[in-house]
Design a protein around this ligand. Structure first.
Ligand code: DON
Length: 304
């Protein structure tokens, strides 16, 4: 299938709606000043063809999309031991909620809510070189140098009261091994990675290739079994309390971030990244979700 006309048509259809609805994340200045009226879409097929439209080359803060890649690193290094401290159930609560942790003894529901991602960060800190390993993975996957935005990382730290609470609460249950500040420094930095739609579609491409590296001939990023599990978690937990609606209306594993990006996977076919900074009440990109719905409807691609 030639996807370029599909992406161009989605871009043309959504452009008049830019900035009309939703709110750009405002909890830190670097995100609050991002102009809402932007939209990008990019995809990479299993066999390496790429297509893009709109603002696909504009870098943005990947925020919670980073949780996909830290999870991949942790699963690769720890295997099933990772699940001793992290669940695999949808939370049905906002991404930064504290409520379930007390009843569930400091074990987060899944690795994509903030508590779960902080628990994953703790595991990675225990393994050493986590910040460098994460950037090396991202740069290797998309074939371009990827960096942390230090201004965003510093702002995340200054305003991250809930994340600090989540980490300390888990620590009080004995579920965080490392110094909370070191764990949070990794978490705040992973949220502060800057990438564009093209780079993210490429970086996530192993998820549509049974774990094989996006560039042919390279070693696998992770196993086929881990890849299936990451995709399952994206479908059930990747868009937080909207996951049921997203499965219903889009039917693809997705991972969103409050920077307005969403990565979606069509297993054995392609990965897609959409970006538009204005968010809905759940913290998912409004036009990003709309674009994915149009894409799934027009191409007939869905896991169902
Ligand atoms: O940790 C936080 O709460 C922010 N850095 C937002 C993370 C995020 O993208 C949540 N998902 N939509």
């Amino acid at each position: 299938m030639n996807f370029q006309p599909v992406l161009d048509a989605i871009d043309a259809e959504l452009r008049p709606l830019l900035g009309a609805e939703g709110q750009v994340a405002s909890y830190i200045p670097a995100l609050a000043r991002v102009p809402a009226a932007q939209f990008g879409i990019a995809l990479r097929t299993c066999d390496g063809h790429e297509a893009a439209a709109g603002d696909a080359d504009t870098p943005f803060s990947i925020q919670s999309i980073s949780k996909l890649f830290t999870l991949t690193l942790a699963m690769r290094r720890l295997g099933d031991a990772l699940w001793e401290r992290i669940g695999r159930e949808p939370s049905g609560n906002p991404f930064n909620s504290l409520v379930q942790l007390e009843h569930e003894h400091g074990v987060p529901r899944n690795p994509f809510i903030n508590a779960g991602a902080i628990a994953v960060a703790d595991r990675l800190v225990s393994l050493g070189h986590a910040k460098a390993d994460l950037l090396a993975l991202m740069s290797d996957l998309c074939g371009e140098a990827i960096a942390y935005d230090e201004e965003v990382a510093a702002s995340e730290a200054v305003t991250g009261f809930r994340n600090i609470a989540l980490a300390n609460f888990m620590k009080s249950f004995g579920k965080i091994d490392n110094d909370v500040r070191e764990v949070l420094s990794l978490y705040f930095h992973q949220c502060a990675i800057r990438m564009n739609c093209r780079q993210l579609a490429r970086a996530a491409a192993f998820l549509c290739r049974d774990g094989a590296h996006p560039s042919d001939g390279e070693p696998e990023v992770t196993t086929e079994r881990h890849t299936r599990r990451i995709n399952a978690l994206m479908l059930t937990c990747g868009t937080y309390d909207a996951a049921g609606d997203v499965a219903f209306s889009i039917g693809l594993p997705c991972k969103s971030g409050v920077g307005g990006g969403i990565v979606a996977v069509v297993p054995d076919q392609l990965t897609l990244c959409v970006w538009s900074p204005a968010l809905d009440a759940n913290g998912n990109s409004l036009l990003g979700l709309k674009a994915l719905e149009l894409f799934a409807t027009r191409t007939g691609l869905s896991i169902f």
